[in-house]
Design a protein around this ligand. Sequence first.
Ligand code: ADP
Length: 368
Amino acid sequence: MAETLYDWAVAWGKSKIHVEADSHSDEISLQVRELLDAMDLASVLFAPGDVPVYFSKAAQNLGIIRDQKIVGEELLALIRVVRRTKIAQSGRVEVPLGPIGQGTRLLSVNVTPFGDQGLLLGLFRDESEAARIDAVRRDFVANISHELKTPIGALSILSEAVLEASSSPDDVARFARRMQIEAKRLSDLVQEIINLSRLQDADPLLDALVVDVDEMIASAMHQAQFSAETREIELVRGPLINASVDGDKKQLVMAIHNLLENAINYSSNKTKVTINTSVVNGILEISVIDQGIGIEDKDTERIFERFYRVDPARSRETGGTGLGLSIVKHVALNHGGTVSVWSSLGVGSTFNIKLPVRENANKIEEAK
Ligand code: ADP
């Protein structure tokens, strides 16, 4: 698509420049400017001597030109090759984000001779965001591979241990129990990876259903009940709210369940986990409050990143995958909401999910 537009633009522009060259040889025609401004590709016209004579609106923010000069050695080299060979060239160049600092912007660029005045046309597309997303994806895949290797490695070692301990039924039973734990870890991790990738693809608000907040919280509490009982932790539900939100109930329950499991996992036995709800100015706030170990300020932002754990050993002990909070964050964002945390070391943590309340929910309920 871009190629077609590009070819068309070059052909059209060349004819224009040619036609108007006689009467306005020293200026770029208004139509050419309008055309360059209308394209989503950023464009710059360079006169002989590498002087930029026109740059489109989209090009102004790319930092290709500073003080009337072309910025970036790679770009300058590419332009000079085209000037020398009179053959169009394309490639990727990095240009500095500013006069100081190490930051760069990655641009794909196409430079071609333009008209018969010795002009060159440069067409640019900012690839920085795509490159960043690519890097995040590569990072994620590398992290997943690392995370998968741990339980798989443990299973392999344990199976060898079982073989060697075949004469001792007690040892065999002990190793088999450890194998069960590692197999569960593996299946939890795979399930969370599937959950996360589904969340990244889906838009729950497109086929949103009415979700009753009290029911959704009751389901999440029900799912966390077993873990709470095992740890003798009391799950307390604050007053019911009788409100609804638009969205995907499964996803919302999963997010609240994740917060409850964390509140249980990162607290001592026999403590309390409370879940409160309130609606202020059309925004539902769900708070999960624990009396657990708390989180240091420096970690509170990072815990929503995939695979970030404050204490990897503790997370491993509790069977954590490191994906729970990034799932919560995705669910909240996908539903037009936010998630935040307040925490104090040794005192406890409060995680808040805010979601827009379904408008006129009561009227719809009444009409049913
Ligand atoms: P994990 O599977 O390791 O629990 P999460 O993404 O759910 O992964 O959480 C990331 C990290 O945030 C945890 O490893 C833990 O260090 C910290 N964390 C999450 N919830 C709490 C909490 N309620 N109290 C203290 N720390 C928490």
